[in-house]
Design a protein around this ligand. Structure first.
Ligand SMILES: [Zn+2]
Ligand SMILES: [Zn+2]
Ligand SMILES: [Zn+2]
Ligand SMILES: [Zn+2]
Ligand SMILES: [Zn+2]
Length: 334
């Protein structure tokens, strides 16, 4: 419950009382109740009882004092000055939104919705709905009040309320999905009603190449100065292979070898080949998870020519708890 208090001077005939308090309480159900402080009420009653003034005069004054500038409520009075600006911002945002939807169906022949792929003409997936803005001041005022009078928050809220619906996607996005997730997996995501045709995925498609294939070779990357400690020294790498591992880590520059996204130091996972126990390269956790269970063009390319092969580096991945010197053979696969 919110309440607002106002100072008010009361006049009755030739008597006046200064500094009375008029309070408006905003109830949870949206109703407003007004009250006047008791000393003022008693003062008015005494004056009227003594015949010192006309009760109708004071009634009219009080009714006028409780009228809102917005002709609605206290919330509307508070939000009133922000309404035109908010409406203007919304219109600009709507125009940008409309422009974003103007993708032509030749370049974007598919719709993606909740993981399902449709033809752009399919009527099944919901179309995106633009954020709706309140038509009337009072609805806006309530929203404005709920978001502490912060327009930024109001717009974030409205954007969150809007239904995203289906997203238009291009053929090359679908090719990238096929390359990464495997053709069979993408086929299982096709809408059964509109039966979209998949683009061709040829083995030389750039989408099927791990990001690291495009990285310059190590000889072109500035070398670590002699005497500088390897990037990360740890027990999972044999002491005599740590320099090689440091080279591999340096080459990655914090990027995932498959998707190429940069990640904070230490967030990349060492991907290793289980039969040989050799580290193949560094992957982000999402690519590392996918690597273990995806038989796709992209991951097959990666496994065929991972960073270790490109750089010619052999680094054994030691499981946690491994004591150097106790094992001389390869590390058994988990
Ligand atoms: Zn469909
Ligand atoms: Zn109102
Ligand atoms: Zn990745
Ligand atoms: Zn990533
Ligand atoms: Zn393992």
């Amino acid at each position: 419950m919110q309440s607002y208090s106002f100072k008010l001077d009361i006049r009755l005939g030739d008597h006046s009382l200064e500094g009375s308090t008029l309070t408006c309480c905003n109830q949870f159900d949206g109703k407003e109740t007004w009250s006047l402080d008791l000393p003022t009420v008693l003062w008015i009653l005494e004056r009227v009882a003594a015949g010192e003034g006309d009760a109708r005069e004071i009634r009219d004054d009080l009714l006028q004092a409780t009228e809102w500038d917005s002709a609605c409520c206290s919330s509307c009075d508070l939000a009133m000055s922000h309404f035109p600006e908010a409406r203007h911002r919304h219109e600009a945002a709507s125009r940008r939104w409309e422009e974003d939807q103007q993708l032509d169906s030749d370049s974007f022949p598919y719709l993606l919705n909740k993981g399902k792929i449709h033809r752009s003409s399919c009527r099944r997936p919901p179309r995106p709905v633009p954020p709706r803005f309140p038509e009337d001041l009072h609805t806006f005022a309530v929203l404005f009040g709920e978001h502490s009078g912060d327009l930024e928050q109001v717009f974030n809220f409205l954007a969150g309320q809007a239904s995203r619906g289906a997203r238009q996607i291009s053929s090359s996005e679908v090719v990238a999905m096929m390359a990464r997730d495997g053709v069979a997996t993408v086929k299982s995501r096709l809408c059964g009603a509109c039966k979209p045709r998949l683009p061709d995925l040829d083995l030389a498609a750039p989408e099927g190449r791990p990001a690291c294939w495009a990285w310059p070779l190590l000889s072109d990357v500035p070398t670590v100065a002699a005497g500088v400690a390897p990037v990360s020294v740890d027990v999972n790498v044999l002491p005599h292979q740590r320099a090689a591992y440091a080279e591999m880590e340096r080459w990655h520059e914090g990027r995932c070898a498959v998707c190429g996204h940069g990640h904070a130091v230490g967030r990349l996972v060492r991907d290793h080949d289980h039969p040989s126990g050799l580290i193949r390269g560094l992957l982000c956790s999402s690519c590392n998870t996918a690597e273990g269970r995806t038989d796709s063009l992209l991951f097959n390319s990666y496994r065929r020519r991972p960073p270790s092969v490109i750089l010619g580096l052999e680094v054994l991945y030691l499981p946690a708890g491994f004591q150097p010197g106790t094992h001389h053979q390869g590390v058994p696969a988990r």
